[in-house]
Design a protein around this ligand. Structure first.
Ligand SMILES: Cc1cc2nc3c(=O)[nH]c(=O)nc-3n(C[C@H](O)[C@H](O)[C@H](O)COP(=O)(O)OP(=O)(O)OC[C@H]3O[C@@H](n4cnc5c(N)ncnc54)[C@H](O)[C@@H]3O)c2cc1C
Length: 386
């Protein structure tokens, strides 16, 4: 178990060494790979066994309060653990939706029964959750969701469609944002959906990297019980905002993985005898940006303010740097950039990263939306015309 309250451990480097030793000596289940925030169907079994091992040693749900099995960890503590997981090439949980998004939402808005029923299975990796927010006509403009929840005698009936629902095909439960009335923001409500409920169907989508993590989810008169509602009727937008705030925070921990990728690209460029002054200049510029990001991330953590606008800057800059890094892979790899990302080997790995990088500037709020937020809320520029 985590020995002491993380707040009491002042030396973050000592903590980092402790994490490193733990992760290096931990037995890795067969088939485990660093699949990122979302497992594919094939990743679920090794990911679950790994999550259980982390949970047994007190290393899951670090940000949750101690009374719910967390470690009440500071952001610095969480970041150090996430970075060490990236360094060790292992995921830090089965899937992030349950741990990072649903857990905090249930702790803040859930009933005692919700907490009792759903938190421990998330902590132990027994339950996979999916986030059912985006729809074909509502992504950036999330408050435009049209999936309807209508009152029945003993609960709610759901009709509509969601899309881009990560891990929905393997999920036990979904966190559903649905419309309970006509007002754009005030008539949204949040629900818990058992994914095996009659009337819920999932259709997997295949991404350009060949993996299948996204899904379409259809609701055709799915009945939910009364206690599926999280918070009050009409509180869905407030609950969604808490969820999206956490999502932004999660993204800042990618810095270490970027440094590793950068190093691999420099090595690949050397191997291909391509490290000329032009490529060296691009690689150096990226390296500088990565350090700037690292320091901005560190400052944001040190401020201890999770609502800091620095996290919007970080989301924007991290995702764009990650994507630019992937783009340089095409220069480094030359014709090897055409290999199948599902193949094994260094080239396929880099191609895979390059393709996955396209998603970074979309998920958790697109770069255009982040710029709007920064312009309007941070710089105080005039609002975009609507
Ligand atoms: C890897 C990944 C995982 C995801 N996982 C989930 C999940 O588990 N659950 C879930 O619910 N959703 C998920 N999403 C969906 C994600 O939240 C949406 O893709 C995102 O919010 C953008 O919405 P959209 O795709 O509908 O694009 P749109 O909102 O249709 O935007 C299309 C383009 O128009 C631009 N645009 C839109 N509005 C404006 C504006 N006002 N000003 C300037 N430009 C604008 C956008 O920036 C974008 O370039 C995931 C997405 C990705 C990439």
């Amino acid at each position: 178990m985590v020995a002491a309250s993380p707040d009491l451990i002042e030396d973050i480097d000592a903590l980092r060494m402790k994490f490193r030793a733990f992760l290096d000596s931990a037995p890795k289940p067969a088939g485990l790979r660093n699949y990122g925030p979302t497992p594919t169907a094939a990743d679920v079994e090794p990911g679950r066994a790994w999550h259980r091992y982390l949970a047994d040693h007190g290393y899951t749900c670090l940000h949750w309060p101690v009374e719910f099995g967390g470690a009440a960890a500071t952001v610095a503590y969480q970041a150090a653990f996430a970075e060490e997981c990236a360094r060790a090439g292992v995921p830090r949980q089965l899937n992030i939706t349950g741990v990072d998004l649903v857990g905090p939402v249930l702790i803040k808005f859930g009933t005692p029964d919700h907490k009792e029923r759903y938190l421990e299975p998330i902590r132990l990796g027994d339950a996979v959750w999916t986030q059912l927010f985006s729809e074909p006509g509502a992504g950036s403009d999330l408050a435009g969701v049209r999936t309807r929840a209508e009152r029945t005698a003993d609960g709610w009936r759901i009709d509509g469609q969601k899309v881009w629902s990560s891990a929905a095909a393997s999920a036990d439960y979904g966190l559903l944002l649905a419309r309970t009335g006509p007002d754009k923001h005030r008539d949204l409500s949040m629900f818990i959906v058992p994914m095996d409920a009659p009337g819920v169907s999932v259709r997997p989508l295949v991404q350009m990297d060949g993996e299948s993590k996204f899904n379409e989810v259809f609701f055709d008169g799915a009945d939910l019980s009364d206690d599926a509602l999280i918070g009050e009727v009409g509180q869905g937008w407030a609950v969604a905002m808490v969820t999206l705030g956490r999502e932004r925070l999660t993204l800042g921990t990618q810095a270490v993985a970027m440094f590793q990728l950068h190093e691999r690209m420099v090595n690949a460029a050397r191997d291909h005898d391509l490290l000329d002054p032009v490529l060296s200049r691009s690689m150096t510029r990226l390296w500088t940006r990565m350090w700037l990001l690292r320091y901005t991330w560190q400052r944001a953590i040190d401020s201890g303010d999770l609502t800091s606008s620095a996290f919007s800057v970080l989301k924007l800059m991290t995702s764009e740097t990650d994507q630019d890094l992937g783009d340089v892979a095409t220069e480094v790899l030359g014709t090897d950039a055409c290999v199948d990302p599902a193949d094994s080997g260094e080239a396929a790995d880099l191609v895979h990263h390059m393709l996955v990088g396209r998603a970074q500037t979309i998920l958790g709020g697109t770069s255009e939306i982040q710029r709007n937020i920064l312009g309007e809320r941070v710089l105080g520029l005039p609002k975009e015309p609507r």
